[in-house]
Design a protein around this ligand. Structure first.
Ligand code: E4P
Length: 218
């Protein structure tokens, strides 16, 4: 399973990259705004900075919602760096744009996916990645992990090559469960990734080992 970090924060991206487990980055307009990155030029420079920092795919989201402008914007984003994956919302015009990009060899991430039917359309259109938002489903009392299972089944039934990129991840158990179900990628905030490191028995076991070593080596 690939690990992406879901942030536009360069320090956090670097921390995950330094762990040696990072396969890519996902961003969205809200995550960019959270870091105070506004204006086309600053946003473009920020994407370039992220690409320089990581080895792996970097999702950059289009803002347009009509086919012509999505294509124009997506082509500009894809030209920025070979690591850029164009993130396109799951709407009618988005599906048309994904199909266009797919034929042109431009990789895409279909975002804001909340049903297996939407994921099916994204795969048919040729999306490289599909992003089901599990946390946002949990937020409205619907089991987000069920959606990952459903999409896994649909894609396996028809051998679709679109990769399931579990998104809107809130905590380490989401990551555990996605790995068990067989999501191809999980994108998570740094807090959920580093929480995977933690186990109280690891901490107490290490404390005991060090104490016993120190007793014998005074
Ligand atoms: C996915 O690519 C999105 O950036 C993301 O996971 C959104 O998650 P949220 O529900 O935490 O905003």
């Amino acid at each position: 399973m690939k690990f992406f970090i879901d942030t536009a924060n360069l320090a956090q991206i670097k921390e995950a990259q330094d762990l040696g487990i990072l396969d890519g980055v996902t961003t969205n307009p809200s995550l960019m705004a959270k870091e105070g990155i506004t204006g086309k030029e600053n946003i473009i420079n920020h994407y370039k900075a992220i690409c320089e920092l990581v080895d792996g795919d970097v999702s950059a989201e289009v803002i347009s919602t009509d086919f012509e402008n999505m294509v124009k914007e997506g082509e500009e984003l894809a030209a920025l760096h070979e690591q850029i994956v164009v993130k396109v919302p799951m709407i009618k015009e988005g599906i048309k744009a994904i199909n266009y990009f797919s034929k042109k060899g431009i990789r895409t991430n279909c975002t804001l996916v909340f049903s297996a039917g939407q994921a099916l359309l994204a795969a048919k259109a040729g999306a490289t990645y599909v992003s089901p938002f599990i946390g946002r489903l949990d937020d409205i009392s619907t089991n987000g992990l069920n959606l990952i299972e459903e999409i896994r089944t649909v894609y396996d039934n028809y051998l679709f090559e679109t990769q399931i990129l579990a998104a809107s991840v809130r905590h380490p158990m989401h990551i555990n469960e996605c790995a068990l179900i067989g999501a191809d990628v999980v994108t998570a905030p740094l807090s959920a990734i580093t929480a995977l490191l933690k186990h109280p028995l690891t901490d107490s076991g290490l404390e005991q080992f060090l104490a016993d070593y120190n007793k014998g080596n005074k």
